[in-house]
Design a binder for this molecule. Structure first.
Ligand code: PAF
Length: 286
C-alpha cells in the first residue's frame, strides 16, 4: 500500500489507474480504525479495482462539545490495518493540503433541512463540515464508488443528497453498523469510555432494540415509544439527547403508510457522546 500526504501525490497515484480504465473506490475516514471501518474497506475491495482510503481529522466538522485536539490519532496502526485489508492507496493529508486558504474562509457545502435536525440541531455546523470535506475528497479522488457506514445514518443521507444535488456522479454505498458482542455500535469515540461507562453504554442499543420490537409487535403510539426509550436510556445512567422514529428514505416524520423506518438516537455516556440507529420494517397492516 502506498501512503501519500499531498494532493499532487494523490493525483499522480490515481492517474495511471484511471487511464487504465480501473474502477476506483473511496473510503473516507477520520482514522483510529476499528472493525467497522475494515468492513467498509472490504466492501470497497469487492466493488472496485482500486481502493483508496483517506484519513483526515476534519476540523470543520467539530463543534465546541467535541475536542478536536483530543480526537485519537493512530496513523501508524491505521496504515498497517489498511494495508492488511487490501487497500491500495492511503491519502492522509495535513490540514493545509485540504484547506490551503485556511479553514475559516473556505467555500462550504450545505444540505439545508436534512442537515439541520437531529444531529444537526445538536451539533450546529457539523454537517456543513462533513459535506464540505466529503465533496472535496470526491473532487480530489473522483471515485466511481464511495462507501460509508450506516452507523452515521443521517450523515449517509446527507452525502447521498449532496452527491445527487451537485451531480457528483459517485455511487454511494452503505454498509451495516458493526457492533461489539454486547450490542454497542463500534465507534472511535468508544475509546473515551472508562470501564463503568463502557458497561453502561450498550443500554443505548438495548433501548433501540426494545423500541423496534414494540413496533414489530404492532405498537403504534410513536411518541410514547420514543419516551419509553428515553426513560430506559436514562435509567441506565446515560443522558439522552434525542430518540426519534423517522422515515428511512428522508428522515421525515413517518406518516400512516410508511413502513421503512429508522429509529435514531444520541446520548451522552460519561464523556462520550454516542449515536446509534436501528432500521425497522413495519409489517404490512392487515
Ligand atoms: O464518518 C466519518 O468518519 C467522517 O464524518 C467523514 C465521512 C470521514 C468525513 O470527515
Amino acid at each position: 500500500m502506498l501512503t501519500v500526504h499531498t494532493r499532487a501525490a494523490l493525483a499522480a497515484a490515481l492517474d495511471p489507474w484511471r487511464r487504465a480504465g480501473e474502477r476506483i473506490a473511496l473510503v473516507p475516514t477520520m482514522g483510529n480504525l476499528h472493525a467497522g471501518h475494515l468492513a467498509l474497506m472490504r466492501r470497497a475491495r469487492a466493488e472496485a479495482d482500486r481502493v483508496v482510503a483517506t484519513i483526515f481529522v476534519n476540523p470543520l466538522q467539530f463543534d465546541r462539545a467535541e475536542d478536536l485536539a483530543a480526537y485519537p490519532r493512530t496513523l501508524e496502526a491505521d496504515a498497517a490495518a489498511l494495508s492488511g485489508a487490501g487497500v491500495d492507496l492511503l491519502f492522509a493529508p495535513p490540514e493545509q493540503e485540504v484547506y490551503p486558504r485556511g479553514r475559516d474562509g473556505v467555500t462550504r457545502v450545505e444540505v439545508p433541512g436534512l442537515g439541520e435536525e437531529l444531529e444537526g440541531a445538536h451539533r450546529p455546523g457539523h454537517f456543513i463540515g462533513v459535506a464540505t470535506v466529503v465533496c472535496k475528497l470526491f473532487a480530489m479522488t473522483r471515485p466511481d464508488v464511495a462507501v460509508f457506514g450506516e452507523k452515521d445514518f443521517q450523515q449517509l443521507l446527507i452525502i447521498r443528497t449532496m452527491n445527487a444535488d451537485l451531480d457528483l456522479g459517485v455511487r454511494v454505498l452503505a454498509e451495516p453498523t458493526v457492533r461489539e458482542p454486547d450490542g454497542l455500535a463500534m465507534s472511535s469515540r468508544n475509546g473515551y469510555l472508562g470501564p463503568e461507562d463502557r458497561a453502561r453504554a450498550p443500554a443505548l442499543h438495548a433501548a433501540l432494540s426494545a423500541f423496534g420490537e414494540a413496533l414489530t409487535r404492532g405498537e403504534r403510539d410513536f411518541p410514547a415509544l420514543e419516551q419509553a426509550a428515553r426513560s430506559q436510556i436514562e435509567a441506565a445512567g446515560l443522558r439522552p439527547e434525542y430518540v426519534s422514529l423517522r422515515r428511512r428514505q428522508d428522515l421525515a416524520l413517518p406518516g400512516p403508510g410508511d413502513r421503512e423506518l429508522v429509529i435514531l438516537a444520541a446520548a451522552w455516556c460519561g464523556p462520550a457522546r454516542l449515536i446509534d440507529n436501528l432500521p425497522v420494517d413495519l409489517p404490512p397492516s392487515g
